[in-house]
Design a protein around this ligand. Structure first.
Ligand code: GLU
Length: 478
């Protein structure tokens, strides 16, 4: 991965710099501006777990950035590089992200310093349960106070452990399942959560390409069909985004960057086959066909139409920013472009669809899961058959018309089946996510296009988000 030059601001400073750029264009009282910018609290915990014959001490964090709405929301990541600065930056981004997609949450984030690949499953379970215990004890996991979710290095499995740990500690809490999202379907999860962030990237890009004036600003034209994509990271987000964009929108993945290097092929790369290869061998090296380069970060600089950094922060920085050729970058990861790189790219005319919007699909579907948990009913359970019955009425009438009109008109062969079927949970989740991504993009695009002092989508997104947070603080009478 890239070496970040020393003069680069930290992640937290980067987020603050971007925030400051936006608030300079707003008319907020200085006190309120400061209140929104700062992280309310960060809890650091060090706990010991007996593993492999000795006690190992782990360091974890849960940071709460803004409580203008509760619960606060945000993932828990497991990575060796986790530190307070990073967790606070990510918590701040959660505040803005939730505001932008109108998920009624404040912002939070957690992290544990460890490399999950170094541990057996049962060891990870012990560590996770202990971490969850420490956080739940202080209401830093709680259905109405603080609701974690998966992030880098965690997934459904960890969320199921956390949910169970919380339930053991709160045996009479009827809403215990809502203490965490991203759970597996059999443990109170919701269909479509696993791929939600990748889907959100797809829906976000589709919406971007519905705005020809925005597409033009990136020097592109047309639709997603045929666009050349380079993706960094075939983890949950990058894999799903690349898969959906190629399978459903006709985009072509011409580059895949992973830990051990990158694959490049202008003719297009089979995402599914590469994913299988990575699962088997741990990397992209030796994948037959495309050109392999060991220095993966160099592939960020290759020709393409859309660059999707979906791995980690600060990969596009002061060192490589002016060599980035992609006219459009969509930040599937959090903070992949540093504040310094952002400025260089902005001057070059690169359009960046910012993280707070681009990867908000995850928290959006988390919101649906949380609502499902506190309402104790699956989406669609009440209305689905009634919807089908009403559709049946129309189909019956159309059938009569069909008979009456003879050869002049007839129902399309698959119409009846498709129209009759009421939406299941997955379809409802997708519909809700699609709508959320469209509406949020439209709000940002509107600011971007209507204000002369707003030259980029990131600033526009901050303006929309900060304004909503400020309104909420004002309403509370702070
Ligand atoms: N970790 C994801 C994010 O950064 C999801 C958070 C959530 O679902 O609460 O947005």
């Amino acid at each position: 991965m890239n070496q970040i030059p020393a003069r680069e601001p930290s992640f937290r400073e980067s987020v603050d710099l971007m925030f400051n750029r936006a608030v300079a264009l707003m008319d907020l009282p200085p006190g309120l501006e400061e209140k929104i910018r700062v992280c309310n609290a960060t809890y650091t915990v060090r706990f010991g777990v007996r593993l492999r014959g000795q006690i190992q001490t782990f360091t974890g964090y849960r940071s709460v950035h803004s409580e203008h709405m509760e619960p606060v929301k945000g993932g828990i990541r497991y990575a060796l590089g986790v530190n307070q600065d990073e967790v606070e930056a990510l918590a701040a981004l959660m505040t803005y992200k939730c505001a932008l997609v109108e998920a009624p949450f404040g912002g939070s984030k957690g992290g544990l310093c460890l490399d999950p690949r170094q541990y057996e499953e049962f060891e990870l379970e012990m560590i996770t349960r202990r971490f969850a215990y420490e956080l739940a004890k202080r209401d830093l996991i709680h259905p109405s106070q603080n609701v974690p979710a998966p992030d880098m290095g965690t997934g459904e499995r960890e969320m199921a452990w956390i949910a169970d740990q919380y339930a053991r500690m709160h045996t009479t809490d009827i809403n215990a399942r809502a203490c965490v999202t991203g759970k597996p379907p059999h443990a109170g999860g919701i269909s479509g959560r696993v791929e939600a962030t990748g889907r959100g990237v797809q829906y976000g890009l589709r919406e971007f390409f519905r705005h020809p004036q925005d597409v033009k600003k990136a020097g592109l034209s047309g639709k997603l069909d045929g666009k050349r994509v380079i993706v960094q990271g075939l983890g949950n987000v990058g894999y799903h985004a690349a898969k959906f964009l190629t399978e459903e929108d006709g985009a072509k993945v011409v580059g895949i960057i992973e830990r051990d290097g990158a694959l490049l092929d202008p003719a297009g790369i089979d995402v599914e086959a590469v994913k299988n290869h990575v699962m088997r061998s741990g990397g992209v090296n030796m994948f037959p066909g495309p050109r392999y380069i060991r220095e993966g970060a160099k592939a960020l600089e290759e020709e393409c139409d859309i660059l999707i950094p979906a791995a980690m922060e600060a990969v596009i920085n002061l060192e490589n920013a002016d060599r980035i050729k992609a006219p459009l970058i969509i930040e599937a990861a959090n903070g992949p472009v540093t504040a310094g790189a952002d400025e260089i790219l902005r001057k070059k005319g690169t359009v960046i669809i910012p993280d707070m919007y681009a990867n908000a699909g995850g928290v959006t579907v988390s919101y649906f899961e949380w609502v499902k948990n506190i309402s104790h009913i699956r989406f669609g359970r009440m209305g689905r058959r009634q919807e089908e019955a009403r559709h049946q009425l129309i189909v019956d009438e159309l059938r009569k018309l069909d008979e009456h009109l003879g050869d002049a008109w007839s129902m399309s062969p698959d119409f009846k089946g498709r129209y009759l079927r009421g939406a299941d949970e997955l379809e409802l989740v997708r519909s809700g996510l699609d709508d959320t991504m469209r509406v949020a993009y439209q709000a940002c695009s509107e600011v971007w296009n209507s204000r002369d002092d707003v030259s980029d989508l990131r600033t526009a997104s901050y303006l929309v988000a900060i304004d909503r947070v400020a309104t909420s603080y004002r309403a509370k009478g702070l």
